[in-house]
Design a protein around this ligand. Structure first.
Ligand code: 8X3
Length: 256
């Protein structure tokens, strides 16, 4: 295991779920953190918790990744001492609805494409030139089993995650010859606010997703992200598909 102590880690979607768990796990490793998300109060609360627990250096960045101008402005506003990001965790992402394409809401599609795909691109495009210039860095994209297998009603969400997978592969090609690493960590069912967001706050529908099964937790994924980031520099974990033991494909879940 290679130490990442003192490195700067930028996490998008850091206010909850896998992003917040990553923040905790990386703080534990002694990294400095740029916590990015739309909800400043949540980020401030998490930052306070991590400062108390680990004495972490933290910069809170209120930013909607889907807003290109906001991403560019946020990046431009980052103090110089925070610009040398060593590890970027592209975690911000969401799903909206589980409708058949023929009855899908276009606004939902836009939101998923703008966040999961364009947002990831905007953030990566901002940071990457500095990584290339410094000849150092690691980009870790949080993909999904949905990028490997489509499932009924998953249409556009699955398409965005398949695109993330293709981008991870393409980016690694573009960076060949540099020491910059690119990893895609692709989880199956993880119990977070993901389903509440997908069903716009319908808790009953959301809970059904995890009912009777033992899902992954955000910490399970965060531990794996830290593992990927702490491999020796000659090791690039390109892609990891991570499923709960109770899950064998996008649609096959063992429920008691
Ligand atoms: C989240 C996993 O299967 O709900 O990306 O799409 S799934």
């Amino acid at each position: 295991m290679v130490s990442i102590q003192g490195q700067i880690v930028l996490i998008t979607g850091a206010s909850s779920g896998i992003g917040a768990s990553c923040a905790k796990m990386f703080a534990k490793e002694g990294t400095a953190l740029i916590l990015a998300a739309r909800r400043r109060e949540k980020l401030e609360a998490l930052a306070a918790e991590l400062k108390t627990a680990y004495n972490s250096k933290i910069y809170v960045l209120e930013m909607d990744v889907s807003d290109r101008t906001a991403v560019e402005t946020s990046w431009a506003s980052l103090p110089k001492s925070w610009r040398n990001v060593d590890i970027l965790i592209n975690n911000a992402g969401l799903s909206r609805g589980l409708d058949k394409l023929q009855s899908g809401e276009i606004q939902n599609w836009e939101e998923m494409i703008d966040t999961n795909l364009k947002g990831l691109l905007y953030v990566t495009r901002s940071l990457l030139p500095v990584m290339v210039q410094r000849n150092q860095g690691h980009i870790i994209n949080i993909g999904s089993i949905a990028g490997h297998q489509a499932y009924p009603g998953g249409n556009v969400y699955c398409a965005t995650k398949a695109a993330v997978r293709a981008l991870s592969q393409g980016l690694k090609m573009d960076l060949l010859g540099t020491p910059i690493r690119v990893t895609s960590v692709d989880p199956g069912t993880v119990e977070t606010d993901f389903s509440k967001v997908r069903f716009r706050g319908d808790v009953e529908k959301a809970e059904k997703v995890y009912q009777g099964m033992n899902p992954l937790t955000p910490n399970d994924i965060a531990e794996i992200v830290v593992f990927c980031a702490t491999r020796p520099l000659n090791v690039n974990i390109s892609e990891l598909l991570v499923l709960a033991t109770d899950q064998s494909s996008a649609t096959m879940i063992n429920r008691q």
